[in-house]
Design a protein around this ligand. Structure first.
Ligand code: 6AU
Length: 276
């Protein structure tokens, strides 16, 4: 059977990565595969979004470089709300530089991403080095959050004219296979892991990448700047495990009502896929 038909509790039990295990368990407990993309520009709005929508989401995705007053209290606020509502934090940093630079951008720096973000994404434009470097950081015996941090490779993009296609996307899959202790899956518009079957000897066992799909909106087909949308149902049918929605929720007249609707649509599509 295709891997995307396996229900979350089973994937949680069998997954080799502790962050993936936790993620699937949270999704199951909350009956939510929804990720809010909280692209808000000040801490107060960011934290009230996390508090208001916390009950309906599995993951809270931030872009803290666009928060004008980001500081330690923003970090503490996010951590407290993650504990209160049982969600994970995903910083949409899209790291993309040489290995040595991304290590410093990820661990330390003004944003201290490794201190609070369970999940971070990256682009492999620069080749293997970035993945090697981040893998080295989070698997080091000195890393304080060992087994509590994971990465997603940005393997495709939702924007018009994206160059992340074909052999570039294939290279992303290859790199994720090479670094299973840190690379948990992809941000992609579809499942990228169907070609390989369970128990493949080359990977030393089972492979189960987690697929996050963004560009989700139930009311719009896109924006004026090239963003292209699909619905929760179509994304999940194509293999999304988690659906990421931003403006469709936080810019709605009633964001809580919208979050509930996206949660229900995403979960219903997941149930249909795994039971159908
Ligand atoms: O739902 P929206 O259009 O308001 O927000 C989409 C969010 C934004 C983008 O920075 C991000 O998803 N995104 C990503 C991610 C998550 O890496 C990749 C991509 O290809 N397209 C995309 O929109 O925060």
């Amino acid at each position: 059977a295709s891997r995307s038909k396996v229900p979350f509790p089973e994937r949680a039990a069998r997954h080799s990565h502790p962050v993936a295990k936790r993620l699937f368990s949270i999704a199951e407990a909350k009956k939510s595969n929804l990720v809010i993309s909280a692209d808000l520009t000040d801490s107060k709005k960011l934290l009230s979004c996390a508090d208001d929508l916390g009950p309906y989401i599995a993951v809270f995705k931030s872009h803290v470089d666009l928060v004008s007053d980001f500081d330690d209290s923003t970090i503490q606020g996010l951590k407290d709300l993650a504990a209160k509502h049982n969600f994970m934090i995903f910083e949409d940093r899209k790291l993309v530089d040489i290995g040595s630079t991304v290590q410093k951008q990820y661990h330390g720096g003004v944003m201290r991403i490794s201190d609070w973000a369970d999940i971070v994404n990256l682009s492999v434009l620069g080749g293997d080095g970035i993945v090697e470097a981040l893998d080295e950081t989070v698997t080091s015996p000195d890393f304080p959050y060992r087994d509590q941090r994971a990465f997603l490779i940005l393997a495709e993009m939702t924007s018009k004219g994206s160059l992340a296609v074909g052999s570039y996307t294939e290279k992303c899959v290859e790199l994720a296979r090479k670094f299973p202790r840190s690379m948990m899956g992809f941000v992609a518009t579809r499942a990228l892991n169907e070609q390989k079957e369970e128990g493949d000897a080359a990977s030393g066992g089972e492979e189960d990448f987690v697929v996050f799909t963004t560009g989700i909106n139930m009311a719009s087909k896109g924006d004026k700047l090239g963003q292209q949308y699909q619905t929760p149902a179509s994304a999940v049918e194509r293999g999304a495990d988690f659906i990421i929605a931003g403006r469709g929720i936080y810019a709605a007249a009633d964001p809580v009502e919208a979050a509930k609707r996206y949660q229900a649509a995403g979960w219903e599509a997941y149930v249909k896929r795994t039971q159908g």
